[in-house]
Write a protein that binds this ligand. Structure first.
Ligand code: F6P
Length: 365
């Protein structure tokens, strides 16, 4: 190996920069390889648009959120929008252009930092004979193949701070405040931030809820001398009939999640069943994945990055770096993508220890 290339795809996630920095430093200092980074993910690979990654460029990005390589969550070279020659656009498999560019740029190994969509393309490039290593990215922490992904702890910490701050107004006005948190179809961020921030109710996709149950929980707290409740509500939370908190208000939208939550419908539903409390809803949205990354994710990013470089050195291509039971390891891209299919992501166990612990201290679901 003489030269490696990195790219980041999908939504930005705390820790991406720290991983880019770690791989670059390890590649240059430990192994003597050159490092380049394609910008805007696979689009950069298609357009042959890259920057040289050097020690001075990466030194200070250990705690910066986002990605200095930029990212795109749309561009898939196996199904890429190109001009049709008649003024329109058509989708085409242009992955051969990517493979040719890697050759032209003298890239021996492509390191892909991304979630399930980006890693699916990584698997497909691997099937075409490209030497690929994946480094899993998701602040949702829903990737089945690994215990914890970088970004989760940082986003969860910011979510916790939000809930902490909402306690103040809830308590002062005896209000019920809904705090909506990202996490797609998994409840990890909401459960962790909800527990850490002392939410009275956690609404997570894994445990469908009823407004009547929430009303009961609020009443129980009232009777216990706690006439205020902060509710941590996952963007993927569902009413018992399966309707999503978000879908219910923006169901006409072709892409409800993209509109950002707004638990307004739930706010209105709750006002009906707890007329003696004012109800408010707050949606920090992308704020939880922005800003500096926390100390835990800085260390995790170093571990993921060094393990990725070591895998390259060992020639173990076609794999994703993983962490299981505290040990760094790897799993094949084929297996990771198989397990990332809708419905097979890693979910909160409704009967698991964490939910039981939450219930033991009086948190309602
Ligand atoms: O997967 C990460 C995530 O932040 C989810 O929690 C959220 O549903 C989604 O991305 C938001 O995507 P976008 O930034 O494209 O609106």
């Amino acid at each position: 190996v003489k030269r490696i290339a990195l790219l980041s795809g999908g939504g930005d996630c705390p820790g991406l920069n720290a991983v880019i920095r770690t791989i670059t430093k390890t590649a240059i200092q430990k192994y003597g390889w050159e490092v380049i980074g394609y910008v805007f993910g696979y689009r950069g690979l298609y357009n042959n648009d890259y920057i040289e990654l050097t020690l001075d460029k990466v030194e200070d990005i250990y705690k910066e959120g986002g990605t200095i390589l930029y990212s795109s969550n749309k561009d898939n070279l196996f199904d890429y929008l190109v001009d049709d020659g008649h003024g329109g656009k058509v989708k085409k498999d242009v992955s051969d252009v990517g493979v040719a560019n890697l050759k032209k740029d003298g890239v021996d190994v492509l390191v892909v930092l991304g979630g399930d969509g980006t890693l699916t393309s990584a698997r497909d490039f691997s099937r075409k004979g490209v030497n690929v290593i994946g480094v899993p990215k998701t602040m949702d922490n829903d990737l089945a193949s690994t215990d914890v992904t970088y970004g989760f702890m940082s986003a969860m910490s910011v979510g916790t701070e939000f809930i902490d701050r909402l306690q103040t107004t809830a308590k002062s006005h005896h209000r019920v405040i809904l705090c909506e948190l990202m996490g797609r179809d998994a409840g990890w961020i909401t459960l962790y931030a909800g527990l850490a921030g002392n939410a009275g109710v956690c609404l997570i996709p894994e445990i469908p809820f009823t407004v009547e149950n929430i009303a009961k929980a609020v009443k129980r707290r009232d009777e216990a001398g706690l006439p205020y409740t902060v509710i941590a509500c996952a963007e993927g939370a569902k009413y018992a009939d399966g309707t999503k908190v978000i879908g219910k208000i923006v169901e006409d939208s072709p892409d409800p999640v993209r509109l950002g939550g707004i638990a307004k419908q739930l706010e209105a539903d709750l006002e009906k069943v707890i007329p003696d409390h004012e109800v408010r809803s707050v949606n920090p949205g992308h704020i939880i994945r922005g800003g500096d990354i926390n100390a835990y994710d800085r260390i995790l990013s170093i571990r993921y990055g060094v393990a990725a470089a070591d895998l390259i050195n060992e020639g173990k291509f076609g794999n994703v770096v993983t962490i299981n039971h505290g040990e760094m390891g790897y799993t094949s891209l084929e297996e990771v993508i198989g397990a990332a299919k809708i419905g097979q992501q890693k979910h909160v166990d409704p009967k698991g220890e964490l939910v039981m612990a939450a219930k033991a201290i009086g948190v309602s679901f």
